[in-house]
Design a protein around this ligand. Structure first.
Ligand code: C2O
Ligand code: CU
Ligand code: CU
Length: 468
């Protein structure tokens, strides 16, 4: 960022469209307003680290999400034009409990169609936000669904056909956290000790505005953003923290690790808690995947710091600075949950992810139903590709269990246990999953399966199916 741009910065403000009309209004600008006008990294110097932005938490009950152009501070005193939900990047964190009803109005203040999908939420097709439900500019869409699934961190993002990549890259995304009694009983770190981390990459134009510049079938940004913060830092206590990490990138895969070599205690992923916590040193996360990890800062001295790194790009993602000694005597139980294994599939389906735009040779058509799946029946789905990976394969309407990976990396990884909704397919790999659509909202619903590399999805690497 040029110094001239720094000087032109007059004040910090968040430009909002209609957010004030939301019931249960958010403390707009609360955390954003707390970001001091730190000076961004001088060329060749070390970057000043900006406080990590943590989006406000809201209850998705009679709540309005407005997708609109906005001006936000991403840290370092920059103001950037982006597209955002309720003027926030990431959007407000929706927080609900199993059994709650979500009533959300989407208001489209973009100049193009949009629709919001609740990635990971098991809802019927009219609430799923698939491409065929896209609404035009200035229209609204009403969602109304009951949450009946395991505690997990899901996320919401746009899903209009051929426009998803641009809308997500421009900033439209947020976390949707579901709680349940099983999770609560574990007494996991909470309050300030539970932090959502939406990790993505971004590119800015000459004046510091968010830019979407896809190339070679995928958008890879030039810099990382964690919760929409450039060069972020989080001041931590000598305590255990629960980080809910989401790869919110369009195409980039992250290889997460801690700079001090300390492990993550992996406790959950896309579909919620794993059976047992497991210590891992590196976690690969592709677009759409989530992990739930505990990081223990108790043995660190006040004044020390640890970096969350992306080993694939060599990026420093987030600095943890130990600033306060506290007495955290808690432990993490190893046994977390029970996962009933799916077994005995009654049918096998093959999906080949072809080129950069086709599944089984076909490009997506909004109105074509490509296959039907019987309700309540376990099936084995086999994903393969002849190239152009990564293909993070995502299925709407159900979580699944990953059975095997042959070819390529040739194994499954700890973060692929339990319940998943997105699984990474690399070149040369065949991945098998077991899936069953047995939740009430599945009956009769139309869903999509697609590559979550958003430029592949937009190009048509997606198919419609109906649960019958
Ligand atoms: Cu995260 Cu069909 O999308
Ligand atoms: Cu989804
Ligand atoms: Cu793909």
């Amino acid at each position: 960022m040029s110094m001239e741009h720094e000087r032109r910065r007059i004040g910090r403000r968040t430009f909002l469209w209609g957010a004030a009309a939301s019931a249960g209004a958010v403390a707009i600008g609360g955390a954003l307003a707390g970001i001091p006008g730190a000076i961004a990294g001088k060329p060749g110097g070390t970057a000043t680290r900006n406080p990590l932005y943590i989006p406000p938490t809201v209850t998705p009950s009679s709540y309005t999400l407005t997708a609109a152009p906005a001006t936000v501070s991403l840290g370092g005193g920059k103001l950037s034009s982006v597209w955002a939900y309720n003027g926030l990047l990431p959007g407000p964190t929706l927080l609900a409990s199993r059994g709650d009803t979500a009533t959300i109005t989407l208001s489209n203040r973009l100049s193009q169609p949009t629709i919001t999908h609740w990635h990971g939420m098991i809802v019927d097709d009219l609430n799923d936000g698939a491409p065929r439900l896209a609404i035009p500019s200035l229209a609204t869409y009403n969602y109304d669904f009951t949450i009946n699934q395991r505690a997990a961190m899901n996320w919401y993002h746009p899903h209009p056909h051929m426009l998803t990549g641009e809308q997500v890259a421009m900033g439209l995304a947020g976390a949707f956290i579901v709680r349940d009694s099983e999770e609560t009983a574990l007494g996991l770190p909470s309050g300030v000790y539970e932090v959502p981390l939406v990790v993505r990459d971004a590119t800015f134009d000459k004046v510091g505005n968010m830019a979407y510049t896809p190339r070679n079938g995928g958008f890879e940004g030039k810099v990382p953003l964690v919760n929409g913060t450039l060069n972020p830092r989080l001041d931590v206590d000598t305590a255990r923290y629960r980080f809910r990490v989401l790869a919110g990138s369009n195409a980039r895969i992250f290889g997460l690790a801690l700079s001090n070599g300390a492990p993550f205690a992996l406790i959950g992923n896309d579909g919620g808690l794993l059976e047992n916590s497991l210590s891992v040193n590196q976690i690969d996360l592709s677009p759409g995947e989530r992990v739930d990890v505990i990081v223990d800062f108790r043995d660190l001295a006040v004044g020390s710091s640890v970096m969350l790194r992306d080993l694939r790009s060599g990026w420093d993602l987030l600095e943890f600075r130990v600033t306060r000694r506290v007495n955290d005597t808690g432990t993490i139980t190893t046994a977390l949950s029970t996962i009933t294994r799916l077994s005995d599939p009654l049918a096998t389906r093959n999906f080949s992810f072809d080129g950069m735009s086709r599944i089984n040779g076909k490009t997506y058509e909004v109105d074509r139903i490509d296959f039907t799946v019987p309700f309540g029946q376990t099936e084995l789905w086999r994903f393969s590709t002849a190239g152009n990976a990564p293909h993070p394969v995502h299925v709407h309407g159900a979580s699944f269990q990953v059975l095997s990976r042959t070819g390529g990396r040739g194994r499954l990884f700890p973060w692929e246990a339990g319940w998943k909704d997105t699984v990474l397919l690399e070149d040369g790999e065949t991945v098998e999953i077991l899936i069953r659509f047995d939740a009430a909202p599945n009956q009769g619903s139309l869903y999509v399966i697609h590559c979550h590399k958003l430029e592949h999805e937009d190009a048509g690497m997606m198919a419609n199916f109906q649960v019958v």
